[in-house]
Design a binder for this molecule. Sequence first.
Ligand code: GLP
Length: 293
Amino acid sequence: MRYIIRDDKAAVGKYVAEYVAKRINAHFAHTDQPFVLGCPTGSSPLETYKQLIAIHREGRISFKNVITFNMDEYVSLPTSHPESYHSFMWNNFFSHIDIQPQNVHILNGNAQDLVGECEEYERKIQAVGGIDLFMAGVGSDGHIAFNEPGSSLASRTRIKTLAYDTVLDNSRFFDNDPLKVPRMALTVGVQTVMDAREILVIIVGQHKAHALAKCVEEGVNHMNTVSCIQLHPNSLLVSDEEATSELRVRTVRYFKGIERAQEDIEKLYGLHGHKKTPSGSGVPLVNGLSGSH
Ligand SMILES: N[C@@H]1[C@@H](O)[C@H](O)[C@@H](COP(=O)(O)O)O[C@@H]1O
């Protein structure tokens, strides 16, 4: 697992957006197959979406051949509700980029057959060859998507009852009234996220510090489902300084040190261990050299 720390929320968003843009552009440099991006909602990725929109407007990235799958959606909340994840995604991201509407996938929490909807979602992910990069946020109880504490680490897309902590957390979007927050959601499972070729988790704010410390310093545990990323061969965590407040000082120093070392390696040899040649094209130095995964 790589772990990158930035000063604040804005810097996290900038880092993540540039990272995602680089990944997408690198993908299209060697294939014209679609890039499949997993998308989260919530306040954590907002800055990333703003920055991705800016990068798109600068002409540095196109989403024409990008397929997206969102993590989750509330059950029984009308799609047109301002707090539905459909509204969130179109208002904050999709309406501002050149994505093709048919390439957007968001679970339908109003489907007649909710179980069938979840099974179909998994099938659609399979049909496009899996997810290249799954971005995620984290709940203050450590949930990834809506995989609340106690969720099976082998879970797939399904219906979940929301934990009371999550209902309280999310009531800020529903006039601070927990009674207005839907009690159930459809969510991709932990295993659905783990199947992605790469996972990028965004954690910002002091209220996420506990979940972050458990994810980084403790073992894999179903009570903090984001900790699953420890088992992923290609996961990246990006947080702001505030979120580090429950980590040991030496843990923070360790990961900052790793990032500095990685930068030095990249300066010397180019990204991912490709030694720079005079022409700048790069030759492989060490297979899979990536510093801290
Ligand atoms: N289902 C979403 C999660 O996918 C998200 O990660 C979490 C954190 O939200 P925020 O970033 O607003 O703290 O909110 C909801 O619970």
